[in-house]
Design a protein around this ligand. Structure first.
Ligand code: HEC
Length: 274
């Protein structure tokens, strides 16, 4: 089955298709597929899995809520996964909460899901829509837009979970360049980067360099991408950035950057902020 193949995007598309086959006869095979996919431990597949299970939860919450609980636990530090999981609950948030709080499951604390669930329940009780998942399927907000760009472009060199790829690209997970000033991060994406670079205290020397993406993406696409990077790979980004600021940064400095230029830039940005 295509959803069980090796290519994460292929699996993601197939999963989206499988949302149409949510009948009681298919529950067992879907559960088996979901578990196979989970075992691949692929962050892109897992976010699609989390957002695709909504229709299945409606058919059998007993089977699919525990799968969502697993995803929620694996990514307990990352908001976008908690939102993806919550987007598949469709009104049975309390039931999910009870499952998570079941002491038999030896719950490790997961403050993020607790707060996403309570605000979803509160919004529902107040008759309000949930701004982050008004769509039925993959919530079409800035972070999922960013996720799509990330998984089609950046993951080729940085890995689907931002863990980096040997000899190809450094990690983004935990990187000070993702966590630090957003203007610097935007400039890396706009201009590209070359020469040796330190990430998480490790010196990387690649043969290739990071291409520039200024001509490939609009200001707001880069804004979305940065939102995703912040959500997926660091716990406390220094600051946020918007499309207007990204527009200003375009062509401020022509050509590919080096680590040296980046550190000079950080200095300037930090000075300005004081
Ligand atoms: C063709 C491979 C390639 C692609 C595609 C690519 N990068 Fe990179 N990236 C690199 C390399 C190589 C470096 C290290 C450059 C150096 O040696 O100075 C890097 C460095 C970085 C850094 C700074 C170092 C770090 O790890 O934090 C960031 C941030 C970054 N890339 C983000 C992105 C984003 C976002 C995308 C998608 C828009 C992307 N990259 C796409 C190869 C790539």
């Amino acid at each position: 089955m295509a959803a069980n193949g090796d290519n994460p995007m292929l699996s993601a598309h197939a999963l989206t298709l499988l949302e149409k086959y949510n009948t009681i006869e298919n529950v067992q095979s879907m559960a088996a597929l979901a578990n196979t996919l989970l075992n691949k431990n692929d962050s892109v597949i897992n976010i699609y899995l989390a957002t695709s299970l909504g229709p299945w939860v409606k058919v059998s919450s007993g089977i699919f809520l525990p799968i969502l609980a697993k995803i929620s636990q694996i990514y307990r530090g990352t908001a976008i996964y908690q939102e993806a999981v919550t987007s598949s609950l469709n009104g049975i948030e309390e039931k999910f909460q009870a499952l998570l709080n079941n002491p038999i499951l030896s719950k490790t604390t997961n403050g993020l899901i607790d707060s996403v669930l309570s605000s979803t329940i509160k919004n529902r009780n107040d008759g309000k829509m949930n701004s982050i998942f008004v769509n039925e399927r993959v919530p079409n907000d800035a972070r999922t837009n960013g996720l799509l760009i990330f998984s089609t472009t950046c993951s080729t060199c940085h890995g689907t979970a931002g863990e980096g790829i040997e000899n190809i690209g450094p990690p983004l997970k935990g990187s000070q360049y993702v966590e630090g000033p957003s203007e610097r991060l935007a400039t890396i994406i706009l201009n590209g980067l070359e020469g040796p670079v330190h990430v998480n205290g490790v010196l990387y020397k690649f043969n290739g360099s990071m291409p520039n993406f200024g001509n490939n993406y609009t200001d707001s696409q880069i804004e979305d991408m940065i939102k995703y990077l912040h959500n997926a790979f660091v716990s406390k980004p220094t600051d946020a950035i918007n499309a207007t600021k990204i527009k200003e940064l375009r062509n401020k400095k022509p050509g590919t950057l080096t680590e040296k230029e980046l550190s000079a830039m950080t200095y300037k940005i930090e000075l300005k902020r004081k």
